[in-house]
Design a protein around this ligand. Structure first.
Ligand code: PMP
Length: 396
């Protein structure tokens, strides 16, 4: 028997989202997520993945993953604290710590899980968290879960942060205070002002947490945003994901040994949920090693990013303030952004519209994620399609 209250809630709200252009149709990718993807039976230049370095389909990683299935099976078998901590998970964590320049690391099943886990394991109702206004949803949810007082500060506005941090300290109301920020903001591609954030934190004795999901493999010659600024000893939590540049799945915190010990003892997704599979663990480990061994893929990513950005900028598109390969094409109106993306798709470019609530209202955009796996020809073809469709819709 279906419930009337539930049905009217769902149907009314879905209709409302569709009406406002806020309902994302989810496409199925037929095959691997590479620089060219097949969707609805047709090949498209893919400018929508977070597979920054093309490692999701790397032959070396695929081979290792297959071998790990033979040696370790397809699943970890239990949560980590019961008997699901495999040697492959330990290798992964040791490799992450080396990569991030920290004493230790802990891995989780996803980046989202990691933020939920780590923030709420350390912060509680007697604490406060200063959170950048454009922080990722998983940070916001992790903060909410902790029950700490959430104090948002204007995006990357250091005066605003300093003022709010001082007020929080002076109020004497909080046991611990944390500043939390994305390292690279995924919707705009700008980089957090970490040196200033760390300066404020040191001055006022605050905890620092950087979610570098989009920085790892990208900024700092691949090592990430914290290392780019040489702040690995000052940032308490270096959070990252294994699902983007690393090409696999999973999340992690790198930091001091006592922090990692605490997270292993108290963070609930670590304690109550099974870890990533053997194939995931070994593929992630090797991908990180590859990043430490060579900057070749990283250089290619930046070269491609700059090529696409230059091309779209020259055409007259508003690509915002990106400081990384992430290339938004900001349209404004949500419905226009959705329509633009649909027409690009028809013409052969797969670049999704990103609208509220992922970005603030009125800043709808089509976001492009060039990767190291794209060729110049693919990017030139994409730029030509942007020109044609952009003119057709009167955006340029
Ligand atoms: N943090 C940020 C900044 C992200 O962009 C994402 C992914 N969209 C996550 C965390 C979550 O990572 P994952 O996909 O590994 O869960």
């Amino acid at each position: 028997m279906s419930n009337n209250m539930l049905n009217s809630f769902l149907n009314n709200n879905i209709a409302d989202l569709k009406d406002r252009g806020l309902y994302n149709e989810i496409d199925t990718v037929q095959g691997a997520n590479g620089p060219v993807i097949k969707v609805k039976g047709k090949e498209h230049i893919n400018l929508s993945s977070n597979n920054y370095l093309g490692l999701a389909t790397d032959e070396r990683l695929k081979k290792l993953a297959k071998e790990a299935i033979d040696s370790h099976g397809v699943g970890a078998g239990a949560v980590r604290t019961i008997n699901g901590t495999l040697d492959l998970h330990i290798n992964l964590e040791e490799t992450i710590a080396k990569f991030k320049g920290t004493e230790a690391a802990i891995s989780y099943q996803s980046g989202f899980n990691c933020n939920m886990a780590a923030i709420s394991a350390v912060m509680d109702k007697n604490d406060a968290i200063l959170s950048d206004a454009l922080n990722h949803a998983s940070i916001i949810d992790g903060c909410r879960l902790s029950k700490a007082k959430i104090i948002p500060f204007e995006h990357s506005d250091m005066n605003n942060l300093r003022q709010k941090a001082k007020e929080a300290v002076d109020s004497g109301r909080y046991n611990k205070i944390m500043i939390i920020t994305d390292g690279v903001f995924s919707m705009d591609g700008d980089i957090a002002k970490l040196p200033e954030i760390v300066e404020i934190a040191e001055e006022l004795d605050l905890i620092t947490y950087v979610d570098d999901a989009h920085g790892s493999g990208v900024t700092g010659k691949g090592a990430g945003t914290v290392k780019q600024f040489g702040l690995q000893d000052q940032v308490d939590f270096q959070m990252g994901t294994l699902s983007k540049a690393i090409g696999v799945v999973g999340g992690y915190i790198a930091g001091k040994q006592n922090l990692i010990d605490w997270l292993k003892a108290r963070s609930r997704p670590f304690l109550f949920s099974t870890a990533v599979s053997p194939a995931d663990a070994i593929a992630s480990t090797r991908a990180i090693e590859l990043l430490m061994e060579s900057t070749e893929l990283n250089e290619k990513l930046w070269e491609n990013g700059n090529h696409l950005k230059d091309g779209l900028k020259k055409l007259g598109f508003n690509i915002g303030n990106s400081e990384t390969p992430i290339t938004p094409c900001i349209i404004g109106d949500e419905k226009n952004a959705q329509e633009f993306s649909k027409r690009l798709f028809k013409a052969g470019v797969y670049a999704k519209a990103i609208v509220f609530p992922t970005v603030p209202r009125g800043t709808g955009r089509v976001r492009n994620m060039p990767t190291a796996a794209h060729t110049k020809e693919m990017l030139d073809e994409a730029i030509a399609i942007y020109e044609k469709v952009g003119k057709e819709m009167g955006f340029i």
